[in-house]
Design a protein around this ligand. Structure first.
Ligand code: ATP
Ligand code: MG
Length: 375
């Protein structure tokens, strides 16, 4: 996608500025704590309507201010398949109100404004996708599928709502019939969520292994879906519903004891392993720092590939100081991959000029100091 204009108002430490972005992208250079990650956070906010760092909206309002506002203008671009448009997002701290508009109009549902930039962000905290708990990997899947699979976000929201109510009933010790009344809704939405996750992993695990191999130059990595409810391969949505229904039946006693729903996609995981002669080695337990970083990068590359295929355009790539902890060989091969894969505009940040090699050094350099960007 091509972001041509960006207006920033009271976003974190960034000064209020109106910027014109070059078509190929930009490399933003600055010392620590000057606002590089904040800049990418502002851009990615227009894609996902949330912080890529998991910050609450109010944290992004500049200290002492009440409202932040970010406006992005995209330009039509045949080469990347981008369309012209404008997306704006604002958040008011006092009223805790988020306002989003697309081409000047507020969409009926916030979710309709998602994915306007077709951007993927690579950041040092991506390592948590590998080192962190299942919740990190579920969040990755949920955001990716919400942005790329029609119907997923509705099913997910439905599932979460029903789960909350069902759990409240369990906690309050309601009668079995009251608990069971939540089951059809939980099963229907939960099965949609599982189906979406299973299908995505099934269609992308090859690409994940291949990206990992190309960056690490040799060894492959494996990605597999670990649903909490056992599912056989290539199962129909009805099959998933049956499996979920059975699992709920079997866990009746246990969920009464725990006062919460103990089976379902809210307990899913994605297993990421290094290929090994005998069996896979879980990267979470056995991966080195570099191997984990490589796996996280491979996940993001697969995300970019998903956008490319689902939306038929070249994704915008945001790189937050990602080469810092990788050895020279790996960095080189990632750069090569980014050059050869179909990627659109690139915005990258680095503390030192020397870290910027993408696009054969052709990216214009911007500098940032105390939130002020000079172009
Ligand atoms: P590094 O190279 O260390 O990653 P960076 O340039 O990416 O640094 P940022 O994470 O963008 O730095 O943060 C820059 C500064 O923004 C921090 O010093 C932080 O205190 C400040 N900051 C964060 N939130 C706000 C806010 N709401 N209002 C004003 N300043 C903020
Ligand atoms: Mg940073």
């Amino acid at each position: 996608m091509r972001l041509s204009g960006l207006a920033l108002r009271h976003f974190r430490n960034l000064q209020n500025q109106d910027l014109e972005l070059p078509p190929e992208g930009v490399a933003l250079i600055g010392d620590n704590a000057q606002g590089k990650s904040n800049f990418l956070e502002a851009i990615y906010y227009l894609e996902s309507l949330r912080s890529f760092r998991g910050a609450r909206d109010e944290q992004m309002v500049s200290f002492g201010q009440d409202v932040f506002r970010v406006v992005g203008r995209t330009t039509a671009d045949a080469a990347s398949g981008a369309e012209a448009g404008e997306v704006a997002a604002a958040f008011q701290r006092r009223g805790k109100r988020k306002k989003v508009s697309v081409d000047g109009a507020e969409p009926e549902k916030m979710s309709e404004a998602l994915g306007r930039l077709s951007a993927v962000i690579f950041s040092p905290s991506d390592i948590e996708l590998i080192s962190g708990g299942p919740v990190e990997r579920r969040r990755f899947l949920d955001i990716l599928l919400s942005l790329n699979e029609p119907g997923y976000i509705a099913a997910l929201q439905d599932y979460k709502r029903t789960l909350l109510r069902r759990n409240a009933s369990l906690k309050a010790g309601h009668a079995a019939t009251v608990i069971a009344a939540w089951n059809p809704g939980l099963i229907r939405s939960g099965a949609e969520v599982m189906r979406g996750r299973q299908a995505w992993v099934a269609s992308r695990h090859e690409a994940f292994g291949e990206y990992y191999r190309r960056v690490s130059d040799g060894r492959r990595a494996l990605m597999s879906y670990r649903p909490n409810v056992f599912l056989s391969d290539a199962i129909s949505v009805e099959g998933i519903q049956d499996a979920f229904r059975d699992a709920l039946m079997e866990s009746c006693e246990r969920e009464r004891r725990m006062g919460a729903t103990v089976v379902g996609p809210h307990r899913d995981d994605v297993l990421l392993q290094l290929e090994d002669e005998r069996d896979g080695l879980d990267l979470r337990d056995y991966g080195s720092g570099g191997q984990r970083r490589t796996a996280a990068l491979a996940l993001r590359l697969v995300e970019a590939m998903t956008i490319r295929e689902r939306r038929s355009l070249k994704p915008m790539i945001l790189l937050d100081d990602v080469f810092a902890e990788l050895d020279g060989g790996r960095s080189e091969r990632i750069l090569e991959l980014m050059e050869t894969e179909e990627t659109g505009q690139v915005v990258l940040t680095a503390p030192k000029e020397g870290d910027v090699r993408l696009r054969k050094d052709a990216l214009p350099r911007w500098r940032i100091e105390a939130g002020k960007i000079s172009t």
